[in-house]
Ligand binder design. Sequence first.
Ligand code: GSH
Length: 431
Amino acid sequence: MFISDAQETIVLVYGSVISKLKQWNSSDVSTVKEDVMQFYEQFKSAFEQFLLNAKERFEEFYGGEFTVAGHLEHRKEQATWLISTGKDLVVGHLQHRKEQVTWLLSNAKSFDTSAFCEYLSSLTNWSPFEIESWWMEIKAYWTEYKYEQMISKEYLYWAYSIWQSTWASLFRLNCAVFLAPGASQKTQPAKPLILYDCEGSSYCKMVRETACVLGLDVVFKPCPKKGTVFCKELEERAGKVDLPYLVDENKEVEMGGYKAIETHLFETYGANVQSGFKLNKMLPFRLMHGPLYFTIFISSFIRSTIGYGRKALPTSTRPQKALTLWGNEHSPFVTIVRELLCSFEIPYVMKNTPIGCTWKREEFRRKHSHLLSQGRNMVPHVIQIPLLIDPNTDTTMVESRAICKYLWDTYGEAEAEKQSEDLSQSSNKAA
Ligand SMILES: N[C@@H](CCC(=O)N[C@@H](CS)C(=O)NCC(=O)O)C(=O)O
């Protein structure tokens, strides 16, 4: 009931805002301004009523007290900004609303259009017929947009990768999702650990899982096949490229071999973690790093059929500073980002944030809660991963699909150029 109330109000307000914006797109700025003010007055009480209802429902459902945030104020500021910045921006704003409306449409399948039009008509001076025709127009527009988005090659690649990566994680029983009982902030290394790693390597994955359950931050230096950056560095350092390879400046040691690295990490940073097979959150990890360890090969094989993270890809630029990625080992959304970082040989600090790693989750929320949806913000310690920070371009972003696109656009242009060169060469030959 609450959901349908909420949906109705959101659809009502956004539907009419958007239809008005479409109309304003061809009007002059002063008419828009008058309209916005009138519109705002009309909806003010409906909005306020809705927020009060929501507050009551939330308090009833979750207990405790909720404060109504300044959503209305925020909308007012947006409208004022929009008007002051000129008519052209209305178009930009429409673009921005696209995704919201796409979501609304997919969530409002059983939405009763005629009741909506009647309701809107009773609140405004527009006739139900007029409203209905706007609604149909908007719906057709957004549905077409959604369809375009859905069939794009890039979307299909993303969706398929997530689906496949989810299976790869399930084969490992999502064993690095929880912080190991006993691991704590007190035992974290002062200087971050450095790992020469390749995303597609099974043995490297074993080490990544270990670092994740211990909540350790790791600087990754990716060494994909045919890599030219860190493979060379590792060869100079260790005499050969044998992955994984750990450098721990805190203890002034460095070593290869996944078993040796795991033992070092547990002994140094997981001394309080229970050993043996106990029925707790560590059980999947103990099984996967004990009798069922062979599933790592199945997991890697699943992902080897498609995707990056094995071979190096040509890049357009090299980052000056290391990037930062918040995530955990088993999130399929994080995996596809790591795969690209690996293939582009981009160094990055992995902020491993398994469930239960409260100190880091609190740090995340202190710094980035403005990037979380209202729903996530309401639940203590919930965050959104992956979150990528690129100090080279001053970018902080969430959403795996957008992050992958960003990495391609920023660092992978050479691939696109090469492909178009290949294409033009082959078409020249054909001619
Ligand atoms: N649409 C997002 C989904 C990301 C997502 O839901 N990630 C999960 C992990 S699989 C998450 O943020 N979990 C919250 C948490 O661990 O608190 C994306 O594509 O990046």
